[in-house]
Design a protein around this ligand. Structure first.
Ligand SMILES: Cc1cc2nc3c(=O)[nH]c(=O)nc-3n(C[C@H](O)[C@H](O)[C@H](O)COP(=O)(O)OP(=O)(O)OC[C@H]3O[C@@H](n4cnc5c(N)ncnc54)[C@H](O)[C@@H]3O)c2cc1C
Length: 376
């Protein structure tokens, strides 16, 4: 069946850049490429009916790392590498807020916290490294980042917690509002978004890349392709060091008089919780069953959801009745060897911007900018 002249001139026009994956990285990459003169035709090919990856499944923490996580990173990789990543996250958060606006992304400004339960082995390490960590972070933030806030434990209604660290530089955001605003912006600036297009293969030719669906049929031919499929990347490029990592989340129904405000990390970031419209959003527990959670298949398990509910009962909502309103999961992309993203050319015409770990809200916009610099 032939295309009409209108179809071939509009929706089927061959793009200069095709971005595979419509998450935060793919959308920002498309936007920044489109903004470069001469404003080439850019298409985003998203496999789901709308962005369906981690960018729409996350917990909405605008964060840059809790003290225990940062101290562990410094011990593992050295001060310079760990601080460089913090700086990227912080710059990314500032750029995200400037690009979309605090009100638009639902930035609440209620602060971030790390909770240490009684007998938590992380506490002595954090207490010992606390001042040194603040001193190391000062050049990035031009101020003291973390402070002890044990007095606020009772105010938030937490139980079994003995120590609390707070930073007012971190905050919850509304992930849905952020992605909705980003989608609108991308389209209003002329990027074409095609959904339900699951790319199965890329065939590079001297002058272009042929983009094929799973059944081998041709979707488009583009001068350049950027793969931004994060945790799903090895289905297209099997040799990439990207390991899929499922994260599970639950949301309670609203709790009357909930005192919790802000974002909270526990156990080196393996658990995280926040308030959301009077309810508690809680995620984590991958460390309980790493083998099963190393998957691209969405789903929740009794084991991890049970552990999350235990945490609600013992620490977050002690003595309170609660009902679970929703449970979901999302797929992240980690590295077997590195915590940093992969932003690289695979060939003359194909580049990748993947492996965002658990920090894509913060670094997604920076990764996109670097990817565009690489391919432009
Ligand atoms: C439960 C959970 C909680 C999280 N919490 C936070 C948090 O609080 N703060 C934070 O900073 N980060 C958090 N993250 C991580 C953050 O969400 C990710 O790092 C970020 O969203 C990654 O963005 P992305 O664009 O690289 O990938 P994604 O958002 O996963 O986008 C990839 C897109 O590619 C599409 N796709 C895949 N394969 C194909 C294909 N073959 N063809 C076409 N399309 C395809 C997918 O449908 C998807 O929409 C969390 C993640 C999870 C799962």
């Amino acid at each position: 069946m032939g295309l009409s002249v209108w179809e071939s001139g509009a929706f089927h026009r061959q793009p200069h850049l095709a971005v595979v994956g419509g998450g935060i990285v793919g959308l920002f990459s498309a936007l920044f490429y489109k903004r470069q003169p001469p404003g080439h035709h850019v298409v985003v090919l998203e496999g789901g009916p709308f962005p369906s990856g981690a960018s729409m499944k996350n917990a909405g923490f605008a964060c840059f790392g809790s003290p225990s996580e940062l101290l562990a990173d410094i011990a593992k990789e050295g001060m310079d590498a760990a601080l460089l990543r913090v700086e990227e996250r912080w710059k990314g958060l500032l750029e995200l807020r400037a690009e979309l606006g605090d009100a638009t992304i639902g930035f609440e400004g209620t602060g971030g916290h790390e909770v240490y339960r009684s007998g938590d082995p992380l506490y002595p390490q954090v207490a010992e490294g606390f001042d040194g960590l603040n001193a190391a972070l000062r050049p990035i933030f031009s101020r003291t980042v973390f402070e002890w806030a044990n007095g606020e434990i009772a105010r938030f209604g937490l139980s079994g917690a003995e120590h609390l660290v707070r930073t007012d530089l971190e905050s919850p955001i509304h992930t849905g509002m952020m992605m909705d605003a980003l989608l609108r912006k991308v389209q209003s600036e002329g990027v074409l978004l095609r959904t339900n297009v699951h790319v199965g293969d890329l065939e590079e030719r001297p002058e272009r890349v042929r983009i094929l669906l799973d059944d081998g049929s041709l979707v488009a031919e583009a001068a350049r392709v950027l793969v931004a499929t994060n945790g799903y990347s090895t289905t297209l490029l099997p040799d990439l060091d990207v390991v899929p990592a499922r994260g599970q989340v639950l949301l309670t129904k609203p709790i009357e008089g909930l005192a919790l405000r802000g974002t909270f990390h526990l156990d080196e970031g393996f658990y995280y919780f926040r308030d959301y419209q009077g309810a508690v959003l809680l995620g984590g527990g991958r460390n309980l069953d790493i083998a099963k959670e190393t998957t691209m298949v969405e789903g929740t398990t009794l084991r991890i959801q049970g552990a999350l509910e235990d945490l609600l009962r013992t620490v977050i909502l002690p003595g309170r009745e609660f009902t679970i309103a929703q449970r979901w999961s999302g797929i992240m992309g980690f590295g077997a060897k590195s915590k940093s993203p992969i932003i690289e050319r695979r060939s003359e015409r194909i580049a990748v911007a993947v492996r965002l770990g658990g920090m894509g809200v913060a670094i997604g916009i920076r990764v996109a900018r670097k990817a565009v610099e690489l391919i432009a």
